[in-house]
Every structure is written in C-alpha cells, then in structure tokens.
Ligand binder design. Structure first.
Ligand SMILES: Nc1nc2c(ncn2[C@@H]2O[C@H](COP(=O)(O)OP(=O)(O)OP(=O)(O)O)[C@@H](O)[C@H]2O)c(=O)[nH]1
Ligand SMILES: [Mg+2]
Length: 369
C-alpha cells in the first residue's frame, strides 16, 4: 500500500502518532476487501440468537444403568435444585418412554436438551416387538418434522428428531447378544447409534479391552452401521488430533453411572463406593464417561445433528416422497375422470374410401402439373 500512497502522504506519515498511523493502515486494508469475510460472524450471531436443540436417547437391556447414566451425564447438573439420591434411593425401573427437556445456557449460548429414556428390554427376547415402541418413536419424530416442513410455518419448526442413541451393551456377555444385533440393525438407518459397555466397574481393564475388540469385530461382521466419528481436519492442532485418535480408539466407550457423591482423597466426587474402594465416574483411568460427555457436548454434537439431518432424515424423506408419488400415480390411474379409450381402427369400407380419395388427390395434382 505504501508504494501507492501520494508523495505528500509519505512525508506526513512519520509525523503522525503511532495510533493514527495504525488507524490509517487499517482504513487502507478496509478498502481492499468487500466484507464477506464477516459471514462466519453473521452465521455465528444468528445461530446463537436462535439457540440449539439436541435430543439424546438411551436404549438397551433392562437394568444396565441407562437412567442412572443419563442422570450422571446431565440431569443432576441441570436440575440444580434436585437433591442427589442416596445409594438406597434407586432410580426406579423405566416402564414407558420418558422425555425430559431442559433449557440450559452457557456464556449466552442457549441449548434445549431433550433426553429420551426408554424402558429396557429382556435379553432372551429377539423379536422386533420389544424395540418396536422405540423405532416407532424415532419414526414419529421424523414424521412430525416432515409434516411441519411441508406446512405453512416452516421457520419455527421444533426439531424433536433423535440425534443420537446411546446403546447399552451388557458387560457380562462375551460380545454382542442377538438382541443387541437385532436392535442396532432395526435402528441403524434411522439414528446415530453410539454403543456403550455398561457398568464398566464390573470388569478389570484387560477384560474391558478384550470386550471392546470383540464388539468392534462383531459390529463389522454383522454389518451394523454405528455412528462414525468424522475424519479430523489436517489443519487441526496436534493436541486436538491426539484427542481425536484417543476418542476413536476408545470406542465403544465403557461407562459407569452413579447418582451418589462420595469422598475420595478429600474430594467429593460422583462415584460408587465399594468395600474395597471407590470407582469414580469422572476419572479417566476408571472409565470413558468423560470422553463420552465431551464427545456428545463439546466436540461432536453438531456432527451428530448434521448426520441426522443429511443422512437419516433424508432417507426417511426420500422414502416418504417415493411412497406418496407411487400412491398418487396409482390413484390417478384408478380415478381418472376422462376414460382413456383405445383408438378406433377403420373398417375395410372406410379404408377403401380413404384410399380412393388419396388416389383422386394424386391424379388431380398430376393434371395440374
Ligand atoms: N455396578 C454398577 N451398577 C450400576 C451402574 N449404573 C447403574 N447401576 C445400578 O443398576 C441398577 C439399574 O439401574 P437403572 O439406571 O435403573 O437401569 P436402566 O437401564 O434404566 O433399567 P430399566 O429402566 O429397567 O431399563 C441400579 O441399581 C443402579 O444403581 C454402573 O455403572 N455400575
Ligand atoms: Mg431406566
């Protein structure tokens, strides 16, 4: 820019205060750009104003600690006034699909978080009836969204689609059970499934490692599509890349849930107190609870929403539109107001007349020439 400045400007410049010089230079830079570089700021401001919503579902066999984990993850933090339960005050068995919604705000960013707690199913059952209420629930949310989107007020649609389903796998088996395979396959095209090893405090680290390996192999073998963490961008810093690697290696996360606060090394922590010691829910050496929470809230919430919208909902939408069009064409065939009749074929007499007329026409044309 300096080389383009007028000669008198170049003489005056050194006499100006450093602040004015800086302001001048900024103005010069201002002249060089149109302003679309502010687009990310505009998007940021708009989305912060609008707020975010996220729906998380938990599913799996009965008694694996789904409700407890959900409380450990969010609800006791969110419901500040809610008292922590004592060890005796167990969370009761979930008998119907329960939806809890909380509005939270952090540094001016609003999040409407919905937790869908589902009743657990028995391990001996391997028929679609036991998870039908869950698949129906997911479909109903898609259906509602599809209807809202086709309605008049498209701007203020409430997004209740399930963005992630934490699927609890028993720590006592040798891998996936038929019920796990059946459930995940029934849902994997509809929702992002994040498999978890429940009650990880029941296994020693070596057993957890083996079970993780086994589950990963079986997920592959049975063709189950669980949520895939996206590739890390190459321009991310080394710390982030390392975290991303660890996250991917830890899947399926082994988790521990607890509703009690216990004292460990002079600190009050959420954990489980056993005669031989304490397992801490938020201690990374004890389980993957923190990794799971970070993934859900800090690092992958947006991607989970994107995949829900761009892949799962798109599939549902395409299927709906296909069904609607095939029904429409079927109906119009059946109820067409103008009967489509076959074209009449001329009889022999008419054919003879047409031929004679044509011959006459030709003779006339030849005489004229
Ligand atoms: N050892 C151990 N026990 C747990 C853990 N999480 C929950 N529990 C206990 O397991 C029992 C069942 O927990 P729930 O949270 O009700 O299990 P659920 O999966 O919601 O059960 P349903 O509602 O029947 O589907 C309770 O006694 C919990 O205290 C855990 O991480 N480790
Ligand atoms: Mg429950």
């Amino acid at each position: 820019m300096d080389s383009l400045a007028a000669p008198q400007d170049r003489l005056v410049e050194p006499l100006l205060s450093p602040r004015t010089q800086a302001q001048r230079r900024l103005k010069d830079v201002d002249k060089q750009y149109v302003g679309f570089a502010t687009l990310p700021n505009q998007v940021h401001r708009k989305s912060v104003k609008k707020g975010f919503d996220f729906t998380l579902m938990v599913a799996g066999e009965s008694g694996l600690g789904k409700s407890t984990l959900v409380h450990s993850l969010f609800l006791t933090d969110l419901y500040k006034e809610r008292k922590l339960l004592s060890a005796e005050e167990r969370i009761s068995q979930t008998v119907e699909i329960l939806k809890h919604t909380v509005d939270i705000e952090e540094k001016g960013v609003k999040l409407k978080l919905t937790i869908v707690d589902t009743p657990g199913f028995g391990d001996a059952v391997n028929n679609s009836e036991c998870w039908k209420p869950i698949t129906d629930y997911v479909d109903q949310q898609f259906e509602q969204y599809f209807r809202d989107e086709s309605g008049l007020n498209r701007k203020n649609i409430q997004d209740n689609r399930v963005h992630c389903c934490l699927y609890f796998i028993s720590p006592f088996g040798h891998g996936l059970r038929p019920v796990d395979v059946g459930f995940m396959k029934a849902l994997h095209e509809k929702v992002n499934i994040v498999p978890l090893i429940a009650k990880a405090d029941c296994l020693v680290p070596g057993e957890i490692r083996k079970l993780k390996e086994r589950i990963r192999e079986e997920i592959d073998k049975f063709g189950i599509h669980v949520y895939q963490f996206p590739e890390c961008d190459s321009d991310e810093d080394e710390d982030f890349k390392q975290q991303d690697r660890e996250l991917k290696e830890s899947a399926p996360f082994a988790v521990i849930g607890s509703n009690t606060v216990v004292e460990a090394k002079g600190q009050r922590v959420r954990g489980r107190l056993y005669p031989w010691g304490i397992v801490e829910v938020e201690n990374q050496a004890h389980c993957d609870f923190v990794k799971l929470r970070n993934m859900l809230i800090r690092t992958h919430m947006h991607d989970l929403k994107d995949v829900t919208c761009d892949v799962h909902y798109e599939n549902y939408r395409a299927h709906c539109i296909q069904q609607m069009t095939s029904k429409l064409t079927q109906d119009s065939r059946m109820e067409s107001p103008i009967p489509i009749l076959p074209l009449p074929t001329p009889d022999a007499e008419t054919e003879k007349l047409i031929r004679m007329k044509d011959e006459e026409k030709m003779k006339q044309q030849m005489q004229d020439q």
